[in-house]
Ligand binder design. Structure first.
Ligand code: AP5
Ligand code: MG
Ligand code: ZN
Length: 217
């Protein structure tokens, strides 16, 4: 089944993704992670995405939609996926849902992590991210076992370039201006489970896994 993990920047999508993907036996596909990987590798896609990411704006729909539909046809994703950070415009949502329908695929669950803006700002300003695998940490709420070193892969844990104060404000504005409007589309065409993402990481995890178990069973 295909699962959409939805929520504003800092809501906890990346934090919850590995457990959800494992439980649902689907690959975790994060558009942000794909752009950051391309940026590190210096590809044309990475160069194109960088300007938008640095400004807290969205990469154009045409680029993102092709990227995701192509990824969804890879062998590991044909039976389902966990989409993190996509769709985030109404156009992306309509295109994705039409495309999945045409493939005979269904959205088994939409998890909507709801978090207050002031909490998001505190989370993003204290976030640290693995430079290799993208794992998400927080200086206070979720530090790696060894300071500066990723628990998952041993690589360096750094601050993301777009977690600066101005870019965080721009990303939240982009969310409210362009991405919040995706929710009514998802509610119309799929089943959305609203989760209180202000809770502690373990409580959010229990709530999202309960949604996956119900959708799977
Ligand atoms: P992307 O990488 O998707 O970033 P985002 O949506 O801004 O989301 P984040 O990764 O910042 O937040 P998250 O929800 O994953 O939070 P996390 O779990 O890390 O996109 C980056 C950029 O790429 C975009 O700005 C855009 O330019 C471009 N892009 C990507 N997709 C696109 C698309 N579809 N279309 C167009 N452009 C696109 O948690 C945050 C922090 O909080 C961490 O420190 C974590 O430890 C902590 N935390 C998490 N949960 C809790 C909790 N319950 N309690 C306490 N702390 C917590
Ligand atoms: Mg993320
Ligand atoms: Zn790592």
């Amino acid at each position: 089944m295909d699962i959409i993990l939805f929520g504003p920047p800092g809501a906890g999508k990346g934090t919850q993704a590995a457990a959800i993907a494992e439980r649902a036996r689907v690959p975790h596909i994060s558009t942000g992670d794909i752009f950051r990987k391309n940026l590190r590798e210096g590809t044309e896609l990475g160069k194109l995405a960088k300007g938008y990411m640095d400004r807290g704006e969205l990469v154009p729909d045409s680029v993102v939609c092709d990227l995701v539909t192509d990824r969804l046809t890879h062998a590991d994703a044909v039976a389902g996926s966990l989409l993190d950070g996509f769709p985030r415009t109404v156009m992306q949502a309509e295109l994705l849902l039409d495309w999945l329908e045409a493939q005979g695929r269904t959205v088994g669950a939409v998890i909507n992590l709801q978090v207050d803006d002031d909490v998001l700002v505190r989370r993003l300003s204290g976030r640290r991210t693995c430079s290799a695998c993208g794992a998400s940490y927080h200086v206070d709420h979720n530090p790696p076992s060894v300071a500066g070193v990723c628990d998952e892969c041993g690589s360096a844990v750094v601050q993301r370039a777009d977690d600066s104060e101005e870019t965080v404000a721009a990303r939240l504005a982009t969310y409210h201006d362009q991405t919040a409007a995706v929710l009514p589309v998802l509610r119309r065409r799929a089943t959305v489970s609203d989760i209180d993402g202000n809770q502690a990481i373990d409580r959010v995890k229990a709530a999202v896994l309960a949604v996956i178990d119900a959708a799977d069973g």
